[in-house]
Design a protein around this ligand. Structure first.
Ligand code: TEU
Length: 560
């Protein structure tokens, strides 16, 4: 069988001009191993992405962010990078990556690649060299090697807890096999942390940025961006650290790194975009990363993790708009990514918030309800000012998959002692056709690298593409209206009172024309206000009412 392909002509478009395209962009996150497999081995590849650009054009995105595609032992889905200048052989070659970037650029799609500066793979040549070198050697000083505590050195240097749970130190062995120093890893032992006080670490990453910028990428997504700088004494965690004084989260000197990166990014004629993965509860500290000489944007995890409640989401929107305004950075809106539970599943649960700490097997979800809410959520975020991120498959309404235990590969699952199902459930390969051995994901007969559940074909691109009621059709409408609607190009958000269970705001001004977005979070219907023209709705509107968990975009009567 062959993968389903578009029959229509592929429209051509020029890349949007230099400048601040990213302020209003729709950025589609590609997890390449799970997107499309054209060489037929069961792993998605660059060929599959190149051959599917038509789909992203049709969807109407401005850019793609590609999660790590580099050489890697895959101990953490590629976030253990062994070599930034080569592509993992399952995915393709550096020449194919260059061709993809050029082809995407030619059809108006910017490319963003992932950079993982906090750590490298234990297979990276620097770490291999460090292990072979003696304690105190220059090769070890690029990492955090320390002697253990206690008379035998067999107690780890401190008790920091891994971002993936468990401890953060692994003991090495000397050439004769005897126990030696320990090294720090905030994630898995196969991801040793780099020492960002070391000039070679800084220089190498700036060279990596140039390597990819020179190949035509428009920006980088920066992994775990707030974790790089460390207190060189590696002290135990204080009980209640003051902002900026935590031993490794959000230290003040991390900003020097991004100021230097901004200089690199701005040295190009078409300035390059820096997008930070910054998980910080303190919005004022978060905003500091977005000062004019640092990152351009950062993911809005506050909004992403909130429950499906009008007051919570309104509070998050207000805080977001306010903290970004202070530094004149555009907000971003994110419903999910490759680390978190899919929205249609999350929004159908009793607890609709997201937290890494509470993920459990067998959590029930009402998928019909979750899907209804995810449709409304897509309309809500697309109506807000700033840029949007869409994680691959959310536009198809894919649910989180609970994989059989033997299929799980995510270290988060294993490091939780098997309690947390981990993140594989949102990384299951996309269905392109309603039938076939891998639902069109693979052009060969190899099974998809993560098993697709029965019924996966119901979500296929081919089945949704011509169905006006599908999630895919809704996303295309939403992005199409967003692209052309002058009211949505402004920064103006004016709240409108439609009752306590609705969230409603106007965009635009009398000059641009206005658009009202109304989302109903309550148990009963909300009437469409008189004389408002319906532009778009997340469900078919009956009796002029917005039903619970639905959203509408309206044209107010005084507008235009
Ligand atoms: O995720 C970072 C990550 O896991 C942290 O956000 C962490 O959960 C947070 O600091 C908790 O406060 C990125 C990638 O998105 C993920 O896929 C990788 O596994 C991870 O980095 C390690 O590179």
């Amino acid at each position: 069988m062959s993968a389903w392909t578009a029959d229509g002509a592929v429209p051509t478009a020029a890349l949007s001009p230099a400048g601040d395209w990213w302020r209003h962009a729709v950025i589609y996150q590609v997890y390449p191993r799970s997107f499309a497999d054209f060489n037929g081995d069961g792993f998605g590849d660059i060929a599959g992405l190149r051959g599917s650009l038509w789909y992203l054009q049709e969807l109407g995105v401005d850019a793609i962010w590609i999660t790590p595609w580099y050489a890697s032992p895959l101990k953490d889905g590629g976030y253990d990078v062994a070599d930034y200048r080569s592509i993992h052989p399952d995915l393709g070659t550096i020449e194919e990556a260059e061709a993809l970037i050029a082809e995407a650029n030619a059809v108006g799609i910017h490319t963003i690649v992932d950079v993982v500066p906090n750590h490298v793979s234990s297979a990276h040549e620097w770490f291999v060299e460090a292990l072979a070198a003696a304690p105190g050697s220059p090769a070890r000083s690029r990492f955090w090697f320390r002697p253990g505590r206690g008379t035998k050195g067999d107690i780890r240097p401190n008790d920091w807890v891994s971002e993936f749970r468990g401890d953060t130190w692994t003991r090495t062995a000397g050439p004769d096999g005897s126990p030696d120093e320990w090294y720090l890893h905030l994630f898995t032992p196969e991801q040793p942390d780099l020492n960002w006080a070391h000039p070679e670490v800084r220089a190498e990453h700036e060279a990596v940025l140039r390597f990819w910028f020179d190949r035509g990428v428009s920006g980088v997504r920066i992994d775990s961006a707030a974790l790089l700088a460390k207190d060189e004494d590696l002290p135990e965690l204080p009980v209640d650290p003051a902002a900026g004084s935590h031993p490794y989260v959000d230290r003040d000197d991390v900003h020097d790194v991004y100021r230097a990166w901004r200089t690199v990014a701005d040295s190009y004629p078409d300035p390059k975009l820096l997008v930070g993965e910054v998980w910080l509860p303190d919005v004022a500290r978060f905003a500091q990363y977005l000062r004019p000489d640092e990152l351009h944007t950062a993911f809005n995890f506050d909004f992403m993790t909130r429950p499906w409640k009008a007051c919570d989401l309104r509070e998050s929107i207000e805080t977001t708009l306010c903290c970004h305004r202070l530094v004149e950075a555009p907000p971003t809106w994110v419903l999910s990514n490759h680390d978190v539970t899919r929205p249609v599943t999350r929004y159908g649960r009793a607890d609709t918030a997201f937290s890494f700490a509470t993920r459990r097997f067998g959590t029930p979800s009402d998928l019909a309800l979750g899907t209804r809410r995810a449709r409304a959520a897509a309309m809500l975020i697309a109506a807000l000012p700033g840029s949007l991120y869409i994680y691959q498959g959310d536009e198809l309404g894919l649910p989180e998959v609970e994989l059989p235990l033997e299929a799980i590969v995510d270290p988060m699952h294993f490091r939780s002692g098997g309690v947390d199902p981990g993140r594989d459930g949102c990384r299951v390969p996309l269905p392109w056709t309603s039938s076939g051995p891998s639902f069109g994901f693979s052009r060969g007969d190899a099974p998809a690298w993560l098993p697709q559940p029965a019924g996966w074909g119901d979500y296929a691109v081919a089945s949704q593409r011509d169905d006006a009621d599908s999630m895919l059709a809704l996303y295309r409408w939403v992005l199409g209206v967003r692209r052309h609607e002058p009211a949505l190009a402004t920064d103006v958000v004016t709240w409108v009172d439609r009752g306590s269970s609705a969230l409603s705001f106007h965009r635009g001004t009398p000059d641009t024309g206005q658009l009202e977005c109304l989302v109903n979070f309550g148990p009963g219907p909300v009437p469409i206000p008189p004389e408002h023209q319906l532009l778009l709705s997340s469900q078919t509107i009956r009796n002029n009412q917005v039903e619970p968990d639905d959203a509408v975009w309206l044209r107010p009567p005084t507008s235009r």
